[in-house]
Design a protein around this ligand. Structure first.
Ligand SMILES: [Zn+2]
Length: 445
């Protein structure tokens, strides 16, 4: 019975923690139940991404390899496989369902079980305890990961229905992209429920209290690499923390670096590393918040690995980060620009940040004649070849992902676990319910 399992987690959090409190990271040491919990998901962020990001960020002028926020906060690993009917490789919906409810379901499920019955989410449990809840993401706010925290649907593809169901989610803060899924009449219904609606990042300052629905793009937010600005998700995270922390009963916040996965699907290393930087910056914002508010737990993980990224390729013992760091725009946007002008070669070279060899220009020229998509693909292959980056798939892989944590009960997430365990542990740390809560439906686990 899972209730007993849940209680055991809570007990071990309170009893075992002082023994295992980390010596060098003081924010790990607070052996009490957290008032606030923040779960951060790097979509598609398998272990190769955090390793790659370490070298990408490394200062080549110093002898040492500098630690990243991921190195600082690493505590364990998690398996991600979905319900058995979907095999070993999960999608974002099944994994987010596991992380939001503690129950495995089929690929595509939005917090429903294998029989398509709704599962109680950690956000619903938090609401029932008078806590505030929110999401801050870089994809559309009704994309699979945030959807599994705020809605129930038999398919992640039912974007309009998911957006509609956010009205009854009770979420206090919803920040990200997705304007196209929130037509005027739906926005009016949100207003009627006291949500302030904004559509520009510059309007964030106007949100000082109460409920907020911020939709900053038609679908997903712009790529970090094309903005040359990695602060978007940090700003959303900061604002979500500011609004949610006004609730005296505490809060649960989901933050997602959504587009790491999209860059991984595209096998686009330059764009992926820039998205990693945006997510790392948001993690640092939360890390600062946890330092200033020792009653707050942060847990960071990935829902799965995307692309089968490899640091080193083609038999070479090398990975060229200097080359990657010099790239000024996504291959997709470079291709778009290069298609539109005749004198495309200097522009491509300038955006890539390195000189192109004659044979490289020739193959890019051939691709350009086939159109924008072919040129985009050729640019990505060129970058992979030059930087020694490898990929094995345009989809997901089933490798375990890392778990990072800080704050009270962070050590509970140490070692090897399943993604459903992460949810069970977080749920066990919620304050005791004031009245009889909905029983968590875990029969299918
Ligand atoms: Zn994906």
């Amino acid at each position: 019975m899972n209730l007993r399992k849940t209680c055991t987690w809570a007990l071990s959090a309170l009893v075992v923690l002082p023994l295992f409190a980390s010596a060098n990271i003081d924010i790990h040491e607070a052996p009490s139940r957290p008032k606030n919990m923040i779960i951060m998901i790097g979509d598609g962020m398998g272990p190769a991404y955090t390793s790659a990001y370490r070298y990408y960020q490394n200062n080549p002028d110093t002898e040492e390899i500098e630690q990243t926020v991921f190195d600082r906060l690493l505590v364990g690993m998690a398996s991600t496989y979905p319900a058995r009917q979907s095999g070993y490789v999960t999608d974002s919906a099944a994994s987010a369902t596991a992380l939001a409810t503690g129950v495995k379901s089929y690929n595509g499920a939005i917090s429903v079980d294998v029989d398509k019955r709704p599962l109680t989410t950690i956000m619903q449990m938090a609401k029932a305890r008078g806590m505030a809840t929110g999401v801050a993401v870089t994809a559309q706010v009704n994309h699979a990961t945030p959807a599994a925290f705020l809605a129930h649907n038999e398919s992640r593809r039912n974007y309009d229905a998911i957006a509609q169901s956010y009205l009854s989610s009770g979420a206090d803060v919803i920040l990200g992209g997705g304007q196209k899924y929130f037509p005027e009449d739906l926005l009016k219904q949100f207003s009627a429920k006291d949500y302030q609606h904004i559509s520009q990042l510059s309007q964030l300052d106007s949100l000082t209290q109460g409920k907020a629905l911020g939709l900053f793009a038609e679908v997903q937010l712009p790529w970090v690499i094309d903005q040359q600005d990695s602060t978007q998700l940090s700003l959303l995270t900061q604002k979500a923390l500011e609004l949610l922390s006004q609730n005296p009963n505490g809060f649960v916040l989901l933050v997602e670096g959504s587009l790491i996965d999209w860059a991984g699907h595209n096998n686009d290393i330059a764009t992926a590393m820039a998205e990693m930087h945006g997510f790392a910056n948001a993690i640092e914002v939360v890390e600062q918040y946890v330092r200033a508010n020792p009653d707050t737990l942060m847990v960071v993980t990935a829902d799965h690995n995307t692309g089968g990224l490899s640091i080193g390729a083609n038999g070479e013992y090398a990975w060229d980060t200097a080359l990657l760091k010099g790239i000024q725009a996504s291959p997709a946007s470079i291709a778009e620009l290069a298609i539109a002008i005749d004198d495309w070669q200097p522009l491509v070279s300038q955006k890539l940040g390195f000189e192109l060899k004659a044979e490289e220009l020739q193959s890019l020229g051939n691709a350009r004649m086939q159109g924008q998509v072919a040129l985009d693909t050729a640019l990505k292959q060129l970058i992979d070849n030059r930087s020694f980056t490898g990929w094995t798939t345009s989809g997901h892989t089933g490798v375990d992902v890392q778990v990072f944590a800080a704050g009270p009960a962070a050590d509970l997430f140490k070692g090897n676990q399943d993604n459903t365990d992460i949810a069970d542990k977080m749920i066990s740390l919620l304050p005791r319910a004031k009245q009889t809560l909905e029983v968590i439906s875990k029969d299918n686990k």
